[in-house]
Design a protein around this ligand. Sequence first.
Ligand SMILES: C[S@@+](CC[C@H](N)C(=O)[O-])C[C@H]1O[C@@H](n2cnc3c(N)ncnc32)[C@H](O)[C@@H]1O
Length: 196
Amino acid sequence: MREFIYFSQNARTSGNFNDLMAAGRMDIACHVVIAAFFLSHSLREDVKLHLIFNGPPDAPKHLEFVYNPEIPISKKDVSGLIKRMLFKYKKGRKIEAFPGCFIEKKSFRQLLEEFEDRDIYILDKKGEDIRTAELGENPVFIVGDHEGIPKQEMKTIRGMEIKKISLGPLTYFASQTVVIVNHELDRALHINMNKL
Ligand SMILES: C[S@@+](CC[C@H](N)C(=O)[O-])C[C@H]1O[C@@H](n2cnc3c(N)ncnc32)[C@H](O)[C@@H]1O
């Protein structure tokens, strides 16, 4: 299982938005969902995706997507799904808004604390090359939005064991990095399977 955590400082934390760009670049979050799960004619079953939204009016929100054969993700309406998840939020509870789609109030730091026994990586151009790094078995990758992860948020996770991983010298869209990581892990798995 590979997991992605997408952090957005300004993504809206209620479902009452129409303009995706004005809702703290919700368009980027939608592209990340598509990049994480969609293959041609199928969905990836080996991915878990976490979106942390820190924008107004009720930050933070944690939206979690886990493969489920009934998961109602359609490439045409990811924003509709996110909106409906945000509308279904209930204070003090983790809600399964739809099969495989959960929502709760949880901060970036609180989420990372749950991955204590896992190898956590932050995608960063200045990190170690993903092709030479020895990634753990069930890696967790943190991706920033168009503004990256803000300094004050990085301060909240200071002291945690998180390694920087690079995908090369170019700056990619957040969703593109998810595609690249998925591809690199697919290749590594395929090469290892062929060695058996
Ligand atoms: C559009 S970029 C953000 C650009 C922002 N100005 C910054 O400097 O972080 C979105 C996210 O993709 C990831 N990213 C982009 N290019 C990358 C690369 N070459 N290697 C690793 N991560 C990358 C980072 O996590 C970044 O926060």
